[in-house]
Write a protein that binds this ligand. Structure first.
Ligand SMILES: NC(=O)c1ccc[n+]([C@@H]2O[C@H](COP(=O)([O-])OP(=O)(O)OC[C@H]3O[C@@H](n4cnc5c(N)ncnc54)[C@H](OP(=O)(O)O)[C@@H]3O)[C@@H](O)[C@H]2O)c1
Length: 245
């Protein structure tokens, strides 16, 4: 760890990116692509073993990957993870809130859904990102640089809101609102805050029939995570194009 800290201090220009749910799926690809772009990636995983294994694979590709245990649904875990990352790297320049769950049972509707499913879904898809932006944004504002990307979904768009997976839809809609209001708070201060929809992606969540690879699903989030200073803030993007909330 001391060696790592020394290396970061010797490389002050190297951006530090925290990616939640980095052990598999789209988060793993975001971690890979950000590291390929020259960032130091802290690959966060709620399972320490899965995180270590994923980090090992990416390091085998010559990428600069650190690993951190982080269960985003636990405030204690978020606090401990942020403390540990600051101890090792001194800052968080980029935060990608990628970890997410789809916990609605098949065929779920609002009427008849258990409030417990809403609570569980919001704990991961909304409160996790909330706690992380609350911890990271002050550091970013103090540094005058930050990129926050919230991995949302077209299912959270208010425009054309349909039926099915109600807890998931509500959680992503809340995440979109968080994105927009935080972007308004940080506008003009060097911190760009945006939401991304990856499209329908072949992962454990997206299933085998999805048309997109995880690498394709990662692209827009990686683009938003590395925006230049005059890049957009307060938007919702798919395929690097603005879409409606
Ligand atoms: N796939 C799609 O078609 C699609 C479409 C729209 C949006 N998205 C969004 O894209 C993001 C990534 O999805 P994916 O398709 O890659 O899903 P996935 O394959 O199911 O992977 C989800 C990731 O989130 C992690 N995670 C879940 N709960 C967590 C928690 N409490 N703390 C920390 N990590 C947690 C998982 O860790 P474990 O391995 O420990 O479970 C896993 O790394 C999600 O936010 C999802 O809503 C996906």
């Amino acid at each position: 760890m001391a060696g790592k800290r020394k290396r970061d201090q010797a490389n002050p220009g190297r951006r530090i990116a925290l990616v939640t749910g980095g052990n598999r799926g789209i988060g793993y690809e975001i971690s890979r692509q950000l590291a390929q772009a020259g960032l130091t990636v802290v690959l966060a995983s709620r399972s320490a073993a899965a995180g270590r294994a994923a980090a090992q694979r990416l390091r085998g590709e010559g990428l600069d990957i650190d690993v951190q245990r982080l269960d985003v649904s636990s405030a204690v875990s978020v606090r401990a993870a942020v403390r540990a990352i600051i101890r090792r790297h001194g800052r968080i320049d980029v935060l990608v809130n990628n970890a997410g769950i789809l916990a609605d049972p098949h065929g779920a509707r609002v009427v008849g859904s258990s409030p417990a499913v809403f609570r569980k879904t919001l704990a991961t898809n909304f409160y996790g990102p909330l706690l992380l932006v609350q911890a990271a944004t002050p550091l970013m504002l103090a540094a005058g640089y930050g990129r926050i990307v919230n991995m949302s979904s077209g299912l959270g768009q208010l425009k054309g809101m349909g039926i099915g997976t109600p807890a998931y839809r509500v959680s992503k809609c809340a995440l979109n609102a968080l994105t927009a209001t935080l972007a308004a708070e940080t506008r003009g201060k060097g911190v760009l805050v945006n939401a991304a929809c990856p499209g329908w992606v072949r992962t454990r969540m997206g299933g085998a029939k999805a048309p997109r690879t995880a690498a394709q699903g990662a692209d827009t989030a990686v683009w938003l995570a590395t925006l230049p200073p005059r890049g957009p803030t307060g938007g919702f993007f798919r395929n690097r194009k603005l879409i409606s909330w």
